[in-house]
Write a new protein. Structure first.
Length: 256
């Protein structure tokens, strides 16, 4: 496994074009299916997951974090994604690892959001057991299709999202589809909602993980057209396949 980190922002049209040109094309369908073969076959069972010495129990239907999820987890834990004292939304929170990290590090406010009620319940249970009540942190578990149930008053400093944007349908199981292969449209709606409702603080940051199993260039282009400036914080590859995953930091164009 290789792990490469990059930095910088696409501050101009020239920089943006250079960034887009550097991104890989979406993998062919057969490669996407091979990468995802056999994955999530146990999703209807109760499982366990360990991270940073914390033990999590996953009820049936709750997504078990994989390698791309751990990119976000690790960058939260090491402070690359700064949440201390900030309003933070973990979009697609799943079993709640992001929320637990943010609570441990002293986020001011945590929205633990997921479209799946059992995931939100699992995240809340794990947060309560591992983090508990903290006087300077407000924990807000929220069943929501993206930002639909967020209050209009929300102003988010940090948003993380590892979307189920795989472009090929990897299963006929609707639970697997919800967790893996909804496609690029879920990310486009994400950008539409956060901009239309003005939910991101003026200096807020979106941290988005997307790989070339998704329509990577289309997603980044749409985000820039929606008013965001992208930077690559991390690029990860794996031995044995052609998958490349990117952690993008996106800020508003008018945030200097």
């Amino acid at each position: 496994m290789t792990d490469r980190t990059a930095g910088g922002t696409a501050a101009s049209q020239h920089d943006l074009r250079a960034l887009l040109d550097s991104l890989p094309d979406t993998l062919p369908r057969d490669e996407i299916l091979a990468i995802n073969s056999g994955s999530k076959s146990d999703i209807h069972t109760e499982r366990t997951y360990d991270y940073n010495g914390w033990a999590f129990t996953l009820p049936p239907g709750v997504f078990k974090p994989g390698d791309t999820s751990r990119i976000i987890h690790d960058r939260l834990l090491d402070g690359t994604i700064p949440v201390k004292g900030r309003s933070y939304a973990a979009m697609g929170v799943g079993l709640g690892v992001e929320a637990v990290i943010a609570g441990t590090l002293g986020a001011k406010e945590i929205y633990a959001a997921d479209v799946h009620p059992d995931s939100v319940a699992a995240a809340a249970a794990h947060y309560g057991r591992i983090v508990g009540d903290r006087p300077d942190t407000v924990f807000r578990p929220l069943v929501s299709n993206l930002f639909e149930e967020f209050p209009d008053s929300a102003r988010l400093d940090i948003v993380t999202f590892n979307p189920p944007a795989v472009s090929a349908r990897t299963s006929d199981d609707p639970t697997v589809v919800r967790n893996v292969c909804v496609g690029a449209e879920i990310v486009l709606r994400f950008f539409d909602q956060i901009t239309t409702r003005d939910l991101l603080a003026p200096d807020g940051e979106i941290h988005l993980v997307v790989s070339n199993t998704a329509e990577l260039k289309r997603i980044v282009t749409y985000g820039t057209d929606a008013g965001f400036r992208p930077a690559v914080l991390h690029r990860q590859t794996w031995e044995g396949d052609n998958c490349q995953a990117y952690l993008f930091k996106l800020t508003r164009h008018d945030a200097a």
